[in-house]
Write a protein that binds this ligand. Structure first.
Ligand code: PPS
Length: 310
């Protein structure tokens, strides 16, 4: 068991290469100096932030929003990977020598900026500059399965060799990169309904992508895009299309071994049923209620299940 200096908090599952920042576990590609710099990041009113817990469908939303803001510029989207067009704020890649912050700073507006940070670690100017913020949620059981397969396939994640029950434990404890899903969710969900904020569910994107693309276009003020263009964006962002597109299926960044599990793996709703035992599912439901009860207006878990059953 590793004790976190000064916090009194114990991390039972620390993997090589992880560090703790403000009580949250991160790998080396979000080092403390980058996380410090994020707080001072110069936000612009024209920015669009895509806020997600890892594995909620971030890349999907980045591609949709980038195309909407750039008038369906498919040639531009084919010319560079989505992570260069839509920088990952707190990400520093030693191989590419790229820091999301630097890419973002050098970019013209409007910028589409990805982050997995909880509210307390966001740039200080977030509320002052009033950028648009899209917060995307996904059933945490599916998030956990996707994250587990990602950890297994990527050597950048502490060379994780564990099995599903161990990962589930890590997830429930928040001992994974970017910390607890529950803490992340509790930090953002109370902003649902605020001006400039739009909350979206992965399950809704799956159910009717075109409808969600239309709603996002309205939110972003892109009322000039024709119905044909919106349909083209929706088609371009289907799972099958993004999986075969090297600009969105960028497995090189995290050294992913796709023979273990690809980055765009299944892209489905309800894959958790292939991972959880009955007991694990009951334990999860109980802990969800307990952990979310601290939230004044928690997302009812029913929401995810209803989407699944439809
Ligand atoms: N177009 C489209 N349609 C449906 N699903 C999609 C799509 N693009 C990405 N995905 C799925 O999103 C999961 C990866 O999540 P993220 O992009 O958030 O990962 S990351 O944290 O930013 O690395 C991962 O989920 P799983 O397949 O369940 O592992 C991806 O397959």
């Amino acid at each position: 068991m590793t004790k976190v200096p000064g916090s009194g908090k114990k991390f039972s599952h620390m993997l090589p290469g992880q560090h703790v920042y403000h009580g949250i576990l991160f790998f080396g590609f979000s080092p403390p100096d980058t996380l410090e710099a994020v707080r001072e990041f110069g936000v612009r009113g024209e920015d669009v932030f895509i806020v997600t817990y890892p594995k909620a469908g971030t890349t999907w939303m980045q591609e949709i929003v980038w195309l909407l803001l750039n008038d369906a510029d498919f040639a531009g989207a084919a010319a560079s990977p989505v992570y260069m067009r839509s920088p990952f704020l707190e990400f520093k890649d030693d191989v590419l020598k790229e820091v999301g912050l630097d890419i973002a700073e050098a970019m013209p507006s409007p910028r589409v900026i990805k982050t997995h940070l909880p509210l307390k670690l966001m740039p200080k100017q977030l509320f002052e500059k009033k950028p648009k913020v899209i917060v995307l949620f996904r059933n945490p059981k599916d998030v956990c399965c996707s994250y587990y397969n990602f950890y297994r396939s990527s050597s950048s994640f502490g060379d994780f060799q564990g099995e599903w029950p161990q990962f589930l434990d890590m997830f429930m404890e928040g001992h994974v990169d970017h910390g607890s899903w529950f803490d992340f969710t509790k930090s953002w969900w109370p902003l649902n309904g605020s001006d400039n904020f739009r909350f979206v569910f992965y399950e809704d994107l799956k159910m009717n992508l075109l409808e969600e693309v239309k709603k996002l276009a309205l939110f972003l003020g892109k009322t000039d895009l024709s119905p044909e263009m919106l349909t083209k964006i929706s088609d371009h962002c289907s799972f099958e299309s993004m999986k075969t597109n090297p600009m969105t299926n960028h497995e090189d960044v995290y050294s992913i071994d796709s023979s273990v599990s690809p980055l765009l793996r299944k892209g489905t709703v309800g894959d958790w049923k292939n991972h959880f035992t009955v007991q694990q599912n009951e334990d999860f439901d109980r802990e969800y209620k307990e952990k979310m009860s601290e939230c004044s207006s928690p997302i009812p878990f029913k929401y995810f299940i209803e989407k699944e059953d439809e």
